[in-house]
Design a protein around this ligand. Structure first.
Ligand code: NAD
Length: 491
């Protein structure tokens, strides 16, 4: 574990890193040890206002640059990031949110790819035009950048989900005030630094750090045109309510409770490996984590047997820097561990059986102050148990048998969430029916990840509104304007 960082100059206002004038700070906790590894400055209301005003002042000039210039700057920033900051950014991420170092590397590399992808798209933003059909008129449809965007981030993918926002947003010509998560803010600051080094104009990217109140002040600010938020559904609801008061655009990427449906004709080994990784990767703390597994009766026993065998051997890093290849690390905080503990004991109380885990790992090498929970497998689970109704956001796999496809789809959809679903089948008809029937923004068929830079990502139902990535991800930072022009019908 590294020592607490010396500086708390974590506010970026108009191109200058600074601390809050009052000196108020918040510790950043390393979840493997339950102890501080850094600290951030808590932005005051004046800091939030200064950040928004800086972004507002920078916006017209940034919006007026050519796509070619914006693309060049974004590519330059990622060249700098890869050569100077990638390593330290990944290490900070492991220290602040616990994911094993190799997973942090994957995240930061992918984040740089996202920026490069949208840098290229900056040069392809186009409108359209058409001849009016009521007299001598011609219409032009322009795409213009929205304005100042508040990007509010969660802790679980602190850099990637920042890239999903500033990638398309900067390409479109928007300026930003970024509010990293108070749980994992430091890796995001490294990412932003690469843009400063690349010469991004002052005020185009600003950062305010602190807890939820800082985010709330940003959402309420009248000069913010759009809120791009990823986080819990509870926070998303509050943001939607406040944002509506000033008619802000919103992209809300919220919680999930993804089902994985395994049909009897599936490659069971592939389904086991796919579901396992998506259950336990990042200790189950991913919005598209598999939260509930439904397996068709003829292969249920074989699936459970293989799943249990591998789940029992998963490695849990006591420190993700020391064990970079581990399958998972600690959870983010004590409340997260408690939520899992409550869900598992509720399930057990009502008849579920624990086949693997079901407890906090104790003794060496785990620091007793760290926030650990063992990979857990449950069977004999009922639909009304908490673990089946709520987002678990922890390393728990409830496995449930089903008979017919209709029953599986009904069980899979029996949740307020609708972000991701997974299906394992080798039958094309089953695959198509599942893709249609499952109420989620993404459906993975024989894959355990619905993410592709080129494809839209987002939720149905209580998992949110709007889409990131792909073409819709860029379009959500652009305003559509219709210019209708009359001309003399004869000359
Ligand atoms: P959270 O909602 O607690 O916090 C997210 C961010 O919102 C933080 O920066 C926080 O400070 C800020 N915030 C808190 N209250 C606020 C308010 N009233 N107004 C404005 N901002 C406020 O979420 P979290 O615990 O950081 O992240 C975990 C959640 O995020 C899970 O539910 C997970 O499913 C979800 N998530 C969703 C996606 C997706 O793409 N749909 C991706 C990752 C995580």
């Amino acid at each position: 574990m590294t020592e607490m960082t010396a500086t708390t100059e974590t506010l970026l206002l108009n191109g200058r890193w600074q601390a809050n004038a009052s000196g108020e700070t918040l510790a950043v906790i390393n979840p493997a040890y339950g102890r501080p590894m850094g600290a951030i400055s808590v932005a005051s209301g004046d800091d939030v206002d200064a950040a928004v005003r800086a972004a507002e002042a920078a916006f017209p000039r940034w919006a007026a640059t050519s796509g070619r210039e914006r693309a060049a700057l974004m590519h330059r920033a990622m060249d700098i990031f890869r050569s100077q900051y990638l390593e330290s950014c990944a290490r900070l991420m492991t220290e602040e949110n616990g994911k094993p170092l190799n997973d942090s590397y994957k995240e930061v590399q992918y984040s740089a790819d996202v920026i490069d992808f949208y840098a290229d798209e900056a040069r392809r933003i186009q409108g359209t035009h058409f001849a009016g059909d009521m007299g001598a008129t011609h219409s032009f449809v322009w795409k213009q950048p929205l304005g100042v965007v508040a990007a509010i981030l969660p802790w679980n993918f602190p850099v990637d989900l920042l890239a999903w926002k500033i990638g398309p947003g900067l390409a479109a010509g928007c300026s930003f005030v970024i509010k990293p998560s108070e749980e994992a803010p430091l890796s995001a600051l490294k990412f932003v630094q690469a843009f400063l080094d690349a010469g991004i104009p002052e005020g185009v990217l600003n950062v305010v750090t602190g807890a939820g109140a800082v985010g709330a002040a940003l959402v309420a600010h009248p000069a913010v045109s759009k809120v791009a938020f990823t986080g819990s559904t509870a926070t998303g609801i509050k943001i939607a309510q406040t944002a509506a008061l000033t008619m802000k655009h919103t992209t809300l990427e919220l919680g999930g409770s993804a089902p994985c449906v395994v049909f009897a004709d599936a490659d069971v080994g592939a389904a086991v490996r796919g579901a396992l990784r998506r259950c336990y990767s990042h200790t189950g703390q991913i919005c598209i984590s598999v939260n509930r597994i439904f397996v068709q009766a003829p292969v249920f026993d074989a699936f459970v047997e293989q799943f249990v065998e591998i789940a029992g051997r998963l490695s849990v890093a006591a420190d993700g820097l020391q064990q970079p290849q581990a399958d998972m690390g600690p959870m983010i905080n004590a409340a997260a561990v408690e939520k899992v503990r409550v869900q598992v004991s509720d399930a057990v109380q009502y008849g579920a059986r624990v086949l693997v885990g079901g407890a906090v790992p104790e003794g060496a090498p785990y620091d007793p102050q760290g926030y650990f929970y063992s990979p857990t497998v449950l069977v004999d689970v009922q639909p009304d148990m908490l673990v089946m109704r709520e987002e678990t956001f922890g390393p728990v796999a409830p496995i449930v048998p089903f008979s017919t496809a209709a029953e599986a789809f009904q069980l899979a959809n029996a949740t307020p969430y609708g972000l991701a679903s997974y299906v394992y089948t080798r039958d094309l008809d089953t695959a198509f029916h599942a893709a249609k029937a499952l109420r989620s923004g993404g459906v993975g068929i024989n894959v355990n990840d619905i993410t592709d830079i080129r494809g839209p990502f987002g939720g149905m139902k209580m998992s949110g509104v709007g889409r990131e990535l792909g073409e819709p991800g860029l379009d959500s930072y652009l305003e559509t304007k219709h210019i209708r022009m009359g001309y003399r019908s004869t000359i």
